[in-house]
Design a protein around this ligand. Sequence first.
Ligand code: AR6
Length: 180
Amino acid sequence: MTPGPTPVPPSAPALVLVRGDITRQSADALVNAANSSLLGGGGVDGAIHRRGGPAVLEECRALRASRYGRGLPTGQAVATTAGALDARWVIHTVGPVYQGPGTDPALLASCYRESLRVADELGARTVAFPAISTGVYRWPLDDAARVAVEAVRGARTAVAEVRFVLFDEPAYQAFAAQLD
Ligand code: AR6
């Protein structure tokens, strides 16, 4: 039997902010802001599939053919290989589409919590997240940053470092404001 991940007492992870392209990051797991088809798209999803290569898509297709025949539900997360990326896994999660003021943030928070739960199952200690739902899905940056930071701060996980990888300066500033 292969040994499982070494048990680590759960606590809140250290938070790190980086401005850049998540596909250039090195971490145990990179989180993808996917859609429920799991078959790729634009934004981070497109970039991850491009740089990760066909192995990522192949595992996504297998997940569609098995556990997620109807697609990965919003707010849930599932892991695949990271292919050619500098990581062991990609954790795919589906953010909610912003519907205007009053949109319930529960599913957005769930993306972060569920991704960390999957990371714990895998034994990942460093996890990089993009700003889920803030692109095509239109969630306002300040609010999305608040939800993301609260969700991660409230998580009990063996993940030691959560790195938010922000693609542009406004996203970086929105997250930085939450950490002050
Ligand atoms: N590294 C880090 N962040 C990035 C990168 C990158 N390479 N590229 C874009 N971003 P989005 P969503 C930022 O649209 O809103 C896809 O088509 C971007 O500036 O990627 O959750 C999926 O297939 C923004 O701040 O994800 C879905 O259909 C953030 O990542 C849909 O878009 C998220 O933007 C998901 O929409």
